[in-house]
Design a binder for this molecule. Structure first.
Ligand SMILES: [Zn+2]
Length: 278
């Protein structure tokens, strides 16, 4: 089911109809009613059941620390390295969430359809990788809508997760996410792979992070340039997760384990693509 019947959804989202439309679109893409319910339940394509767990001004930064689950996330693709990432995830039988840049889809056709077919989830990282608060509201909405539309065309699925580029978000940009049926998703472990000079640094940034543990959302990149350093780091990262009794699942799967941890505006100002604070 989409959410327990008889459980009212608090009016957190500025447009409940957007959530309903998202669920309806996901349902319509499946072959029949039962399959639709299964798809929504298993892939978490409806955010209705999670909406009350996330304060309207905040974004999801980690899952509940209740099980040996983490969520690997890959940003800025799709690109040539996406297929390498997919092959490694397949080998280790783990799942991830890909936050893609809409304008990049045409150059790597089929990659996101393959990702979804292999059990991964695709989220919205805007059309041009713009900082959300820097955009005029109409442009922001268009960036997000166009990206959701290209994902829908590629995968047949709706989009319910949005990652703000650079970790920049405000209450106002969250409202736009919500109006389009999406929740903002940040991270708790930053691999800083985009600035790393070698794979060992990326491995160390992840496995030695004090935030690595059950519920962690790990930020990596499969696009935005040559990500061979990330690809080469991935086997050691995946081995390290296994050694710690951790398994990567999609963000919707992680959210089903309990209420997430959240972060507020400004917490990520010095993270993705910015000068490190130290
Ligand atoms: Zn990004």
């Amino acid at each position: 089911m989409l959410r327990p019947s008889g459980t009212p959804l608090a009016p957190l989202l500025s447009s409940q109809s957007a959530v309903d439309q998202a669920a309806a679109a996901a349902a319509a893409s499946a072959k029949d009613g039962a399959a639709a319910a299964d798809a929504v339940e298993q892939r978490g394509w409806s955010i209705g059941q999670f909406a009350t767990q996330v304060p309207a001004r905040e974004g999801i930064s980690a899952g509940a620390p209740t099980a040996g689950l983490v969520a690997l996330t890959f940003d800025d693709g799709p690109g040539p390295n996406t297929y390498d990432v997919l092959a490694l995830l397949r080998k280790y039988k783990m799942h991830a969430t890909f936050f893609i840049i809409g304008m990049k889809v045409a150059a790597t056709p089929g990659a996101m359809a393959q990702a979804v077919a292999e059990g991964h989830v695709v989220g919205n990282h805007t059309w041009t990788h713009a900082s959300l608060p820097s955009l005029k509201p109409a442009i922001l909405k268009q960036e997000l809508r166009d990206t959701t539309e290209v994902i829908r065309k590629e995968t047949g699925h709706n989009v319910t997760l949005q990652r703000p580029p650079f970790g920049d978000f405000t209450a106002a940009t969250n409202r736009v996410d919500h109006s389009l049926g999406m929740l903002p998703v940040l991270w708790s472990v930053d691999s800083a792979d985009w600035s790393a000079k070698d794979s060992q640094t990326v491995v160390s940034n992840v496995l030695n992070s004090p935030a690595l543990g059950p519920g962690a959302i790990i930020l990596l990149h499969d696009g935005g340039g040559d990500r061979s350093i990330t690809v080469n780091a991935l086997p050691a990262i995946l081995d390290g997760l296994v050694a710690r009794g951790l398994r990567s699942v999609t963000i919707p799967e992680l959210l089903r384990t309990g209420p997430p941890k959240t972060s507020k505006e400004g917490d990520y100002k010095l993270s993705e693509y910015a000068v490190p604070s130290q």
